[in-house]
Structures are given as C-alpha cells and as structure tokens.
Write a protein that binds this ligand. Structure first.
Ligand code: ZN
Ligand code: ZN
Length: 186
C-alpha cells in the first residue's frame, strides 16, 4: 500500500477510535460511575452548571498522555510513522471535541452540523442524561440505542445558554423550533 494512503488510514482510524472513546468515557466513566472518579465528578459538576468546564490544563494533559501512550505502544506494533499518524488522528479529534463541547454551550450554531450537535448535546443536558452521549456525532448513540430524538428540548430558564435567549431572557425566534424555555422567570 502506498505510504500516504497508509498514513491517512491510520489517522482516520485514530479519529474513529476517539469518537468511540468519547461515547464510552461520557456514558460509562462519566455517568455510570456517579461521581466515583475524578472525571465523573468534573462531568457531573458541568451538568449542575453547564457553564463550568474542567480546567484546560487537565484536558491538555489527558490529550498529551493519550498521544504519548499510543505512540509508545503503537510504534512497537506498527512502526513509529503509522503510530504517529494514528495518534495524530486521535489527538486532533480529541482537541476538536473539547473545542466543540465548549462552543456548543457558548456560541450559537452557524450551520446544519452546529445545530445538530447542539440539539443532541443540550437534549442530553436537559431532557435525559441517560441518552445522547455523543458530542461530536450521534453515530454511537444510534449504534447503542441511546439516541432519543425530541421535537423540542425543554431548557430550564435558569440554565438557558446565552446564545439562545434575548437580553430580556426570552427564546430567540430562530431557535424556538428546537428549544423551549421552561420554569419561572427570575
Ligand atoms: Zn455539556
Ligand atoms: Zn453528561
């Protein structure tokens, strides 16, 4: 097989591995462990306050440890270059996940993908935390039967993300097809 193709396939495999890891970490390590590990406690704190995110240095350290471990183990099995390509696919998609998760909570969607991932993730936050574990995609939720589409996500007024409400705290018309505010005004 030509070298560039091998590297591309390895990078795509790394991306797919992160995607699956993202689902499993969130569902099993985050929610099923109910606060019995550090990741779970940080994640549940994010559910209590969706504006809270674990410190960036912890996320960077986790990403770096994964990449170095993958390269370390992978080079013995597949050679350094393939292991590095695989680790790059994994590491870059992990970085994209962290960036996207924060953007979901802080910035309005700008395209079909942005709308889709926001509705999916905010449904996880506000409809049922046992469903919709994927953040960058819905693929694994479909595979494992945890995809629960809702017509409109019922967002508690006090937890509404800034981008979906006006200064007066009302739902912006553009987003009213996917979200509805519930609960009393402050
Ligand atoms: Zn979130
Ligand atoms: Zn969660």
């Amino acid at each position: 097989m030509n070298t560039a193709l091998s590297f591309s396939i390895a990078a795509l495999a790394g991306l797919a591995t992160w995607s699956f890891t993202e689902y499993c970490m969130h569902r099993f390590l985050g929610h099923a462990c109910k606060g019995r590990n550090h990741f779970s406690r940080e994640h549940l704190a994010h559910h209590t306050d969706p504006g809270y995110f674990a410190p960036t240095w912890q996320k960077a350290l986790f990403g770096l440890a994964c990449v170095l471990t993958i390269v370390g183990v992978g080079q013995a099995l597949l050679g350094f270059a393939i292991a590095l390509s695989y680790a790059s696919g994994f590491g870059l998609s992990y970085g994209f996940y962290e960036w996207l998760h924060r953007r979901i909570h802080t910035h309005a969607p700008r395209n079909w993908y942005g709308k889709m991932v926001r509705k999916h993730h905010l449904s996880h936050h506000f409809t049922d935390a046992r469903q919709c574990h994927g953040v960058t995609s819905r693929v694994w939720d479909r595979v494992f039967g945890t995809h629960r589409p809702v017509d409109k996500v019922r967002v508690p007024r006090k937890l509404a993300t800034q981008w979906m409400v006006t200064d007066g705290g009302e739902m912006i018309e553009n987003f009213s097809q996917s979200y509805v505010l519930v609960g009393r005004k402050r």
